[in-house]
Design a protein. Structure first.
Length: 254
C-alpha cells in the first residue's frame, strides 16, 4: 500500500469512468510519445501502459509511489523519471503528448513548463483545480482573464473538456476540478519576440487595476502611450492587442 502526502498535493483519481474519459481525450489524437505527470497510484498509468507502439515515460517525485508503481505495474520499470516535473529537461526528442492529474499546488508552474516545451508539445490533457482551468480558458473582459490566460492561449488552443466531482478522488479535495486540453495554436498573435510578449503581459497584469498607461509606462516612450488603447486595462486587451503593442515597445528596456 501507499500513503497520501498532503505536502505533495496528492489527491488520487479513483473513479474509473472519469479515468476512461481522460484516456479517451488523449486518444482523440494520434501520438508516438507520451509523458504522464504525477502517476501516483497508477489510475491513468495502467491504461496508458497498454497503448501500443508508443514511447511512454512518467515523471514522479515521490519515491514511495515510484516503488509502488514498479511493484504493481512491472512494465513501467525503466520508464519513470524520479524527479519533479519542474526540474526535468524535455523528456523526448520531437513531438510528444502530456497527460496528468496535476498536483494542484504547482499546476500553474506546470503550465509554464508546458510553455517552455511548446514547440514539441502536440497535445496536453490535464486535470486542474476548476478555478485554474477556468482561468486558462478565460476570454478578454473576464475578471479571471489574466497572465495565464493570455500566455497559454497565445500558443495553444484551450478546450475546457469536463468537470470532476470531489468524490471521484481519494481523499476528496476541498476544491472543484476540471480537465482541459491544449492543442498548438496555429493562428497565434504576431509579436516582435516572445520575450517582449511575456514581459508586456506580465507587467500589464501585475497592476491590473491600473490603466495600461500607468501599468506599462516604463516599457514605452511617452509619445506612444498617448494612444487611446492605453486607456484600457489589461483584461480588456486581446491576444492580438498585446502582440501588436510589442512592436511599439522600447528596444532596450532596463
Amino acid at each position: 500500500m501507499y500513503k497520501l502526502k498532503k505536502s505533495l498535493g496528492q489527491h488520487f483519481l479513483r473513479d474509473e469512468n472519469m479515468v476512461l474519459k481522460i484516456i479517451a481525450s488523449i486518444k482523440d489524437r494520434p501520438f508516438d510519445q507520451l509523458l504522464e505527470v504525477g502517476p501516483g497510484a497508477g489510475a491513468l498509468t495502467k491504461h496508458l501502459l497498454e497503448i501500443p507502439d508508443i514511447k511512454f515515460k512518467a515523471v514522479e517525485l515521490d519515491e514511495e509511489k515510484v516503488e509502488y508503481l514498479e511493484t504493481n505495474f512491472p512494465s513501467i520499470t525503466g520508464k519513470i523519471i524520479h524527479k519533479s516535473i519542474l526540474e526535468i529537461d524535455k523528456p523526448f526528442e520531437g513531438p510528444f503528448t502530456v497527460v496528468g492529474n496535476f498536483p494542484y499546488n504547482i499546476s500553474s508552474q506546470i503550465l509554464f513548463k508546458i510553455l517552455d516545451w511548446k514547440k514539441d508539445v502536440e497535445c496536453m490533457v490535464g486535470m486542474f483545480q476548476k478555478e485554474v482551468a477556468q482561468r486558462v480558458a478565460a476570454k478578454p473582459g473576464s475578471k479571471i482573464y489574466g497572465i495565464t490566460s493570455v500566455l497559454v492561449q497565445a500558443f495553444f488552443k484551450v478546450e475546457y473538456l469536463f468537470e470532476v466531482h470531489e468524490k471521484c478522488f481519494n481523499p476528496p479535495p476541498k476544491v472543484k476540478s476540471a480537465v482541459i486540453r491544449l492543442l498548438p495554436n496555429a493562428t497565434g498573435p504576431n509579436m516582435r519576440s516572445e520575450e517582449d510578449y511575456f514581459l508586456l503581459v506580465k507587467t500589464a497584469f501585475n497592476q491590473r487595476r491600473k490603466t495600461l498607461r500607468n501599468a506599462v509606462r516604463k516599457l514605452f516612450d511617452e509619445e506612444i502611450i498617448k494612444d487611446p488603447i492605453f486607456d484600457k486595462r489589461a483584461e480588456q486587451l486581446s491576444l492580438e492587442d498585446f502582440g501588436n503593442l510589442t512592436f511599439k515597445m522600447k528596444k532596450n528596456i532596463s
